[in-house]
Ligand binder design. Structure first.
Ligand code: FPP
Length: 254
């Protein structure tokens, strides 16, 4: 490539998304919140299409938090119905398009039908590599860190691990998504500027991007704005700007 060629556009390898604003989208239309979640499911497809189109390798979506179980029973019920319907409807197409689907979170809390669909979606798409789609469901970042710590403690108790060997690498290897590069870009719709117990460990050096747009309003132009913003940022991972410019380093390219 000649030195006069256009600078390389940086595209995130891994996008993590909080899909917020379904309820408000519905309430503004004087419709039940469940209608907002249904519109939100359509926006999920917009996001997946965008990632496939731009060659993004991994997409992690926060679909249902550990805390969301505390919502009114009818809303939780509507969400469960929506998840089951989406799994039944969408997996064939995702499988055909080369998407690998996985779920992270406390799966035991879902009913048998949903758990069976989750397992089947994972099994059927296991060999796909075009896009790693992870759905965080009944997930919390604190739960994730606790389950990783428990797993290490079990190895210590069994005599397979010395406590002195517990370091960031050891804990990081037990945390969800350990086999993927850390998220490069986090997007949250819905106007709130917080992480809400999403990937607490994994987001340590992720670039954050927020929009007031409600999740059901998501379109490719909004996602492109986030990518353009990301492309202009300098990621330093705790180093100085000069160090990064001289010898580009990237936490996820180890
Ligand atoms: C947050 O908006 C959204 C959720 C709790 C549910 C997310 C679910 C979907 C986008 C639908 C389906 C997903 C899949 C993966 C098929 P909110 O209800 O908190 O909105 P609000 O802040 O306006 O009340």
């Amino acid at each position: 490539m000649s030195s006069e060629s256009a600078p390389e556009i940086r595209v995130p390898r891994h996008l993590a998304v909080i899909m917020d604003g379904n309820g408000r989208w519905a309430e503004r239309r004087r419709r039940p919140r469940a209608i907002g979640h249904r519109a939100g499911a359509r926006a999920v497809n917009v996001c997946i299409d965008f990632c496939l189109d731009r060659g993004i390798e991994a997409l992690t979506l926060f679909a249902f938090s550990s805390e969301n179980w505390g919502r009114p029973e009818d809303e939780v019920g509507a969400l469960m119905k929506l998840f089951l319907g989406a799994l039944e409807r969408e997996v064939d197409e995702l499988e055909r398009r080369g998407v690998r689907i996985r779920f992270i979170g406390e799966r035991e809390r879902f009913n048998t039908a949903i758990r069976a669909q989750m397992q089947s979606a994972e099994d059927r798409t296991r060999a796909n590599t075009r896009l790693h789609l992870t759905i965080a469901a009944s997930y919390g970042g604190r739960w994730d860190i606790a389950q990783a710590a428990r797993s290490l403690a079990q190895d210590v108790a069994a005599g397979h691990l010395d406590p002195d060997e517990i370091d960031e690498r050891a804990l990081g290897s037990r945390i969800c998504l350990a086999d993927l590069p850390a998220p490069d870009l986090f997007i949250r719709t819905g106007g709130e500027t917080r992480i809400s117990n999403f990937l607490l460990w994994q987001l340590a050096y992720t670039e954050l991007w927020f929009t007031d747009l409600l999740w059901p309003e998501l379109d490719a132009a909004t996602l492109q704005r986030a990518l353009d913003d990301y492309a202009g940022r300098q990621r330093r991972f705790g180093l100085t700007g000069a160090q990064v410019t001289q010898a580009p380093t990237h936490e996820t390219s180890e």
